[in-house]
Design a protein around this ligand. Sequence first.
Ligand code: SF4
Length: 351
Amino acid sequence: MTSYSITPGRAENITESLLRWYKENKRDLPWRHTQDAYAVWISEVMAQQTRIAYLLAYYERFIQLFPTVDSLAQAEEADVLKVWEGLGYYTRARNLQRAAKKITRDFNSQLPRTREELLTLPGIGEYTAGAILSIAYEIPTPAVDGNVLRVFARLENSDEDVMLPQTKKRAAAFVSSIMPTKHVSYFTQALMELGALVCTPKNPDCSACPIQDCCWAQAHGQQYELPKKSVKRSPKSLKKTIIIIRSTRGEILMRQRTEALLSGLWELYRLDEALSAPQAEAHLQSLGFILQTLKSAGQAKHVFTHQIWHMHGYECTVSGQCVAEGYHWIPKEDIKKLAVPTAIRFYIKQI
Ligand code: SF4
């Protein structure tokens, strides 16, 4: 690992001030009542790309349904995706289950205690491995997430681009250089918590910061300018048509997605273009349907990381044989058991 130069006095000052502050100011979160590695792992994966307040109910439900590695490994994938419904980034849920199967098979149902072994598990990268080792097992290992990167950039008054891998490596080396040998779990959580509550992206509350005396950005009035980030490409705008196709028996035409995005989730009939009502009517007839009714189901928009879907919706009742490949008639009462993407919830609610 890259080494980092920091004076022992400053390192000790940061570490001790952070630990004291954390003891008094940490949020009471359900996974902080345990050091169980499984619970730490689930909470860390859920917290990626998701606000803590939003995921609390998801976490409780997930742990209730799948309380152990074995229970997760043995679950039906559809049930795991159903509990995850609404959290997005479904690859995380699928990887959790794939990793659980590997842990059951290769590690006697215990999360491994080395970085190298943890990195062999699907979905576990440097950050999650560091979080599990330090938070659950008290093994000094840096866990550098967005919060920690920001705190690093500001403490060091560093204008390096935090999106670059070499900056993440330097941040990890910095964290290692200030990491204590005792209270490792608290220390890792304290650093993350400082980034979440005090050293926030837009308005760092430096006057309330326990390590303000050690912060070079604060000393130079640079805290609002940091961290430096290369500009992300803006998401691509895509037009979609979503059609709620109802049979005369009241079933709905749906398909389980196989595409990488939202793979395994169930969607309504979809076209990757915007159709006017007459165009939608002609399209449905070309599928072999005899149209009884067709009306607008409104417009909706959903923002993914790399795409924005602008959706035009229709609702129709049809008779006749369907030739749409991969689609199945689903009884209305069974739809609530399926995992559906948040992107089309607006239309699902109308069924
Ligand atoms: Fe962040 Fe301000 Fe604390 Fe520096 S003093 S670490 S900028 S909150």
